[in-house]
Design a protein around this ligand. Structure first.
Ligand code: GAR
Length: 211
């Protein structure tokens, strides 16, 4: 099974959905690590309770030095023999350091129907725009934020009188459905990043030099 890490910053409900799916017999990914960039991320306790190794690499002490924080994250991922990474509410912009290292091996879930509403506050922006359909997307991570090749999407209706919270909850239920499914096809080799189709089957590349 493909050794997979989940990166979180907060409550970790998508992480829980992935952990539960990965317990099924024959699931092609093993969740071998949950890593948070915040020590108070609620998902850490849930992961520990599920018996999954956890790690914290605080981003705050690194300030603006994103690459240095990422190098610390990278070291932990390597120490755990991770081959695939799932971002699940990981609220850090990634630099080319991590993105390049994990090309074709890193997934993200985003709470909109990309390419609509990349970035933050997607539900409020969907309501303000008056769209009738909203949803969520699982995509391969590339250097441009929320813009990598799409692996899975689910749409939900925007209903009259919807609040941001009501819409977010409707989308989140779909996130919990499509992220495990996307991980299953990615880890199982049934779907790959179009430009890095062998990334998951190749041996791990040697670590990039830190300049
Ligand atoms: C989810 O809705 C996820 O799609 C979103 O944060 C939430 C995390 O919830 N991610 C982003 O906005 C990424 N920019 P969770 O911690 O309960 O999974």
């Amino acid at each position: 099974r493909v050794k997979t890490a989940i990166l979180i910053s907060g409550r970790g409900s998508n992480m829980v959905a992935l952990l539960e799916a990965a317990r099924a017999p024959g699931f092609p990914a093993e969740i071998a690590l949950v890593l948070a960039n915040k020590a108070d991320a609620g998902g850490l306790a849930l992961a520990a309770a599920a018996g999954v190794p956890t790690a914290v690499v605080e981003s705050r002490p690194f300030g603006r030095d994103r690459a240095a924080h990422e190098a610390a994250v990278q070291a932990v991922l390597e120490a755990h023999g991770i081959r695939l990474v799932c971002l699940a509410g990981y609220m850090r912009l990634l630099t080319p350091f991590l993105v390049g290292r994990w090309a074709g091996r890193m997934l993200n879930i985003h709470p909109s129907l990309l390419p609509a509403f990349p970035g933050l506050d997607t539900h409020a922006r969907a309501l303000a725009a008056g769209v009738r359909l909203h949803g969520c997307t699982v995509h391969w991570v590339t250097e441009e934020m929320d813009a990598g090749p799409i692996l899975a999407q689910a749409a939900v209706p925007v209903l009259p009188g919807d609040t941001e919270a009501a819409l977010a909850a409707r989308v989140l239920a779909q996130e919990h459905r499509i992220y495990p499914e996307a991980l299953r096809v990615a880890a199982g080799g049934a779907a790959a990043h179009p430009d890095h189709s062998a990334a998951l089957t190749n041996p791990l590349p040697s670590p990039p030099a830190l300049s």
